[in-house]
Design a protein around this ligand. Structure first.
Ligand code: CU
Length: 675
């Protein structure tokens, strides 16, 4: 029997996909990039889900096809490697789709082996070694090569597949492998041709400050002499760690309130959903329901871009698409119990593939746990003094990625009042370059001697595929607007109007906090019996700054998705990536959300998709160094006339018996809640 249509590719299926592709070739080398589940058409999945939720699925029920998308290079003799994509039918054991992606239009996503090659080629380069010699590093320092995608390319780069590396020095004298090399940036960026595996040039970076030209050498002969250690691993902290912290544990004596069955079916109180992991998007949630009612068909992180704002060439090429460029793959963290997640934890494993296509299981890539988030709701009857208080318990699905210097923790959070929060936490080490002694810069902030943390943005896109009580939904923009004093209609000037605008065609839309602009995803065929309005969920677009780069520059053109806060498009199978399928070294976003919106599709009462864009304009603070405290961004989806009352009203107000009172007068405990 085929697996559930909303389950990720297993180890066996992934290896089978590899074998089917390999069988199609002889006399050539196949180097694999990714093997992903090619999700079945939504129509097939929803037909299956309808039966499943009606309790009518049996062993004989026809299950949707199991397809895999396999991306790989075909390397034959002296020929330039060709990038191929195949769709493989795992049941029929044959290739059912195939495309050669022209290197004239797109670059295939990067693979970890390319980064490994880059590091080796840079280290072995006599040209690079000579440049390092010139920098006269202090005794005991070694060179660290950090691979990066070649962000926004210039026209002169042509169609060559290029990679670049940032270079640092590491003080080895402590003998600790985790001594922080980012404290010693070196002003070199080698660029490698991925095909010839040659260093084609080494950019020498300007290290000046305000008033200095955009190019040219200004640094001292021994440039690291003014840099200083900036350690973060506890054993290297000069004063050690603080000593006044007592344990704070999460105790769940009866276990968690969630269950996981059938491999990936999560049930928690009235919520149900299925979780999968793939190396392109990380954790993906499917078929999200509350009390049996459908809310979302699919929820995922679609893409993100991190452009740097240092005007000095070649820093315009520091622009990563941390999902699109190469997927999360080997950047995903294996989460640790009692560290990344507290309490009673359920972990999910993931499948990754190596360059030979062999699948390996990577442990603990998603964690599932409950957390307490303060008060959920409370009321005290002022006449009797009786208070009823409930705690806000949340269910968290988390994954974390490390991309060179940065980390991101992504959380999908479900609460008892049927709300959904998508949270992104940026932490890790800000990306830095060298700056001369005593100088300051318009391009960033000096966070440590000789270390300039460059200004940049993080722009995220969350893909929300709604199914509010069904798949035909409508998005309505709602604004609260002032109304002029009018003798007849607004005699005292206190009235404000709620203006509703249906989004009729696919489009990019913007936040407007001064108008309290929100967007409701409604089902116009279902009416709330209390309010008489359509049932729906409300999305408040976080009013964060959009992409700042000039609209006519490459940084901006390759991230069109980052130009609006919310996109509404008509659903199309396999249209999942806001920045398009091919972001690596792209000069233009192709096949992304901007193209989808440009179809001008009718989105009234249709199967539609919302793409929420938000982010952080990050002008670093000294306190972001050496590792930045988490910067938290949240997107909220909350029911709006979906239920007939507060859905959390039935949450018991149980008293937590492990709580104790300390200090102050021990008076009789106030009866806050019923035992
Ligand atoms: Cu940042």
């Amino acid at each position: 029997m085929a697996p559930h249509p909303l389950s990720a590719l297993s180890l066996g299926e992934t290896n089978l996909a590899r074998d089917i592709v390999k069988d199609g070739y002889s006399d050539v080398v196949i180097q694999f990039r990714q093997i992903l589940l090619h999700e079945p058409p939504k129509s097939q999945v929803t037909a299956f889900l309808d039966l499943e939720h009606a309790g009518k699925v049996t062993a004989e029920t026809l299950r949707p096809e199991r397809l895999a998308l396999v991306t790989y290079d075909v390397i034959g003799g002296s020929k330039f490697p060709e990038y191929h994509e195949s769709i493989v039918d795992l049941r029929e054991r044959k290739r059912v789709g195939h495309e050669v992606v022209s290197a004239d239009t797109h670059h295939g996503s990067l693979a970890i082996h390319e980064f490994e090659t880059l590091v080796q080629v840079v280290q072995d380069s006599p040209l690079f070694q000579a440049k390092i010699q010139e920098l006269a590093l202090p005794e005991g320092f070694e060179v660290v090569v950090e691979p990066w995608p070649y962000g926004a390319p210039d026209a002169a780069d042509g169609r060559k597949r290029l990679f670049q590396a940032l270079i640092f020095a590491r003080d080895t004298r402590s003998g600790n492998a985790d001594s922080n090399f980012y404290a010693y940036p070196l002003p070199l960026i080698p660029v490698m041709d991925a095909h010839t595996k040659e260093i084609i040039r080494i950019e020498e970076l300007a290290t000046g400050g305000k008033g200095d030209p955009l190019t040219g050498k200004t640094h001292a002969a021994r440039l690291l002499d003014h840099n200083a250690a900036s350690e973060y691993v506890p054993e290297l902290l000069p004063e050690g760690t603080r000593q006044d912290l007592k344990p704070l544990g999460v105790v769940q004596p009866d276990g968690p309130s969630f269950s996981v069955t059938d491999g990936n079916l999560i049930q928690w109180q009235k919520w149900s959903m299925r979780a999968t992991f793939n190396s392109r998007e990380g954790a993906v949630l499917h078929d999200i329901r509350y009390d049996g009612r459908s809310i979302l068909y699919r929820l995922s992180m679609s893409d993100m871009t991190v452009p740097y704002a240092d005007a000095r060439p070649p820093f315009h090429r520091k622009q990563a698409f941390d999902f699109g460029d190469g997927g999360l793959g080997h950047c995903v963290n294996n989460l640790a119990l009692g560290c990344d997640c507290l309490g009673v934890i359920k972990y999910f494993d993931g499948v990754l593939v190596g360059s030979d296509g062999t699948a390996t299981e990577t442990k603990n890539v998603i964690c599932l746990h409950e957390q307490d988030n303060g008060i959920g709701w409370k009321h005290t009857n002022w006449r009797t003094g009786r208070a009823v208080v409930t705690r806000r318990r949340e269910l968290v699905v988390q994954f974390i990625i490390t991309l060179a210097n940065y980390e991101y923790a992504f959380n999908f959070i479900f609460d008892q009042a049927a709300g959904i929060t998508v949270e992104s936490r940026a932490t890790g080490i800000v990306s830095v370059v060298h700056i001369d002694e005593g100088k300051t810069s318009d391009y960033g902030n000096v966070v440590s001697p000789g270390v300039l943390a460059q200004n940049h943005q993080h722009v995220f896109c969350v893909r929300i595929d709604p199914a509010i009580d069904g798949h035909k939904n409508t998005v309505v923009q709602e604004e609260s607007l002032p109304v002029r004093l009018d003798k007849r209609t607004n005699p005292n000037g206190n009235f404000y109007e709620i203006r509703k605008t249906e989004i009729a065609t696919s489009a990019g839309l913007d936040a407007a906090p001064h108008n309290n602009r929100i967007f409701k995803i409604q089902n116009h065929s279902k009416t709330n019996p209390i309010s008489g309005r359509p049932v729906g969920y409300k999305l408040t677009p976080p009013p964060t700054q959009l992409l700042l780069a000039d609209p006519n520059c490459t940084q901006s053109r390759r991230a069109l998705f980052a130009r609006h806060h919310l996109w509404v498009t008509k659903y199309k199978d396999h249209e999942l990536y806001a920045g398009g399928k091919y972001t690596l070294q792209s000069s233009l976003e192709v096949g992304g959300v901007a193209d989808a919106a440009a179809r001008n599709d009718d989105v009234l009462d249709q199967d539609l998709v919302l793409w929420s864009v938000f982010g952080l304009t990050h002008n670093p603070r000294v306190e972001d160094w050496p590792v930045m405290p988490v910067e938290i961004m949240q997107l909220h989806l909350t029911p709006a006339d979906f239920f007939t009352r507060n859905p959390a009203i039935d949450v018991p107000s149980n008293k937590d018996l492990t709580s104790k009172q300390v200090m102050g007068d021990v008076t009789e405990a106030i009866a806050c809640c019923k035992l």
